[in-house]
Design a binder for this molecule. Structure first.
Ligand code: ADP
Ligand code: MG
Length: 475
């Protein structure tokens, strides 16, 4: 059997997989696999090829997704049954400049246990700023998020080297924070790198704190700068918050440069493409061009089902398929809402001691769909009040007419809707007669522009907001 050219078959298999999967997907999963050796088992008469993988996570993913495709390609090429085994590949994981990096140990017994016995893995505590359930294991990957998710995995395995900086953008509730924290959790768990996660709001607050006069000789600005400029991995969430805040933008710019120069990983999230951020200095925007920007798209029906199934599995609850179907069909543009509906349903049935059935789901969901979101106002109310104040009807704002008065009222309602609720651009678009998210974004930008030149607009908006609140309290 030794005459079989196993390595040749492996190389040929890679070429075929690259063709089948496309460059993007292929390079995410296969470019850092390494042919190690082949085995022939005399007793069973079986051939196997052993491939090195960079991490246990990578191994599990490649194994569950691609093992069949690899095996059948190998068989076609060699006309033999060749099984494929994966081993953690120590070399591809070793990073000389960093100490103590070890691949993740998701299972107790690894085939590489021999090389591990010499080291004892120090289990790090959970990261204090990261949610321990925001991991890759809990992140369902589908067509809608394949690109950012694969990039995030590549970054986790190679922080500071794969793509830097990395920007994840997309609407509310689409998984930006989860994906960003998954990177943080992975690096925290598997390396000794220091990871800092911070929301933009807190970053700003700490910066403002640093500007205050010194207390007791402590230089808070200096410690602020040291903290953020000398970490290994910096995750900053929701940077749209820095819009029109020149002081902190300047600070961000310097932090950015220091970290990039030192090849430290930076990850940002934003609710829109970076080029659509208003009042963001060009030199800051151009820094993002050095790395990778990837957008999260709303999940399609199949992905919504997969997310619900995975959520149910995590909660160890069994959910009938027709209930999954009902939820997936009714909640389409926001994963947070989708999961919240499932959580409500589970809580209700558990409290009532009943199983989850389609009938109960339909009943419960009626209350979810018909009532405005608990902490938010409904878009319908926003539309009604704004329309009325312009002497128009809600249908005028939802319809196609574009006279100046109607177009302005429509833009204003979208702007106020976005400010007062946590509806995404896509959702707002749906409430305005099925317009798409870029139209909504464009309208909101128009109002933002007008706010600069029209000094009375701000107070008009404030008074409309008050009326909307009053109206919503009544109905
Ligand atoms: P964003 O930061 O974009 O507003 P989040 O990251 O807070 O969104 O995600 C909202 C909720 O949806 C979270 O509970 C998150 O765990 C969940 N979620 C988002 N995307 C996925 C996914 N692909 N798989 C599983 N859960 C997801
Ligand atoms: Mg978020």
């Amino acid at each position: 059997m030794a005459d079989l050219d196993y390595e040749g078959f492996w190389k040929e298999t890679l070429i075929q997989l690259r063709n089948d999967l496309g460059e993007e997907e292929f390079s995410g999963w296969f470019s850092n696999l390494k042919y190690l050796h082949a085995r022939f088992d005399e007793k069973t008469g079986k051939n196997s090829i052993v491939i090195g993988v960079p991490s246990a996570f990578h191994r599990d993913k490649v194994s569950s997704r691609y093992k069949n495709a690899i095996s059948s390609t190998l068989q076609k090429l060699s006309d033999k049954d060749i099984t494929i085994d994966f081993e953690l590949n120590k070399k591809s994981e070793a990073k000389p400049e960093k100490k103590g990096i070890e691949p993740v140990q998701s299972t107790k017994k690894e085939s590489i246990s021999a090389e591990k016995t010499t080291k004892t893995k120090i289990k790090r505590e959970n990261h204090p700023q990261l949610r321990d359930d925001y991991t890759f294991k809990r992140y369902v990957i589908g067509e809608n998020n394949k690109f950012p998710a694969n990039a995030a995995i590549a970054i986790s395995e190679n922080p500071g080297k794969a793509y830097n900086p990395f920007l994840i953008y997309g609407g509310v509730g689409l998984g930006k924070t989860h994906l960003m924290q998954a990177i943080g959790n992975y690096i925290h768990e598997n390396t000794e790198n220091e990871v800092i996660y911070i929301t933009s709001e807190n970053f700003l607050n700490e910066y403002l704190e640093g500007l205050k006069p010194q207390e007791h000789g402590r230089n808070t600005m200096k410690s602020f700068k040291n903290k953020y400029r000398y970490t290994d991995v910096l995750l900053i969430d929701d940077i749209q918050f820095f819009t029109d805040k020149p002081g902190v933008q300047e600070e961000l710019f310097h932090t950015f440069n220091e970290l990039l120069d030192a090849k430290k990983q930076i990850v940002f999230t934003c609710d829109r493409p970076i080029t659509e951020l208003k009042k963001f200095p060009e030199r800051l925007i151009s820094r993002f061009g050095l790395g990778l920007m990837a957008d999260l798209q709303p999940p399609r029906y199949e992905e919504r089902c997969a997310i619900l199934k995975s959520e149910a599995e995590n909660k160890k609850v069994s959910i009938p398929n027709e209930v999954i179907d009902l939820l997936s069909n009714n909640i389409s543009s926001n994963i947070r809402d989708l999961i919240a509906a499932l959580t409500t349903l589970i809580a209700y049935t558990q409290l009532m001691g009943k199983p989850i059935t389609l009938e109960i789901a339909q009943q419960r969901l009626k209350t979810i769909f018909n009532s405005p979101r608990p902490t938010n106002l409904s878009m319908d109310n926003v539309i009604r009040v704004v329309a009325e104040s312009f002497g128009l009807t809600p249908n005028d704002l939802k319809g196609k007419k574009r006279t100046q008065n109607i177009a302005f009222a429509r833009q204003l309602a979208m702007y106020i809707g976005r400010r007062m609720t946590d509806y995404s651009y896509t959702e707002i678009g749906q409430d305005f007669g099925g317009r798409d998210h870029s139209t909504v974004l464009h309208s909101i930008n128009k109002i933002e522009d007008k706010l600069i030149t029209d000094s009375t607009l701000e107070s008009t908006i404030e008074s409309l907001k008050r009326s909307i609140k009053e109206f919503s309290a009544k109905y």
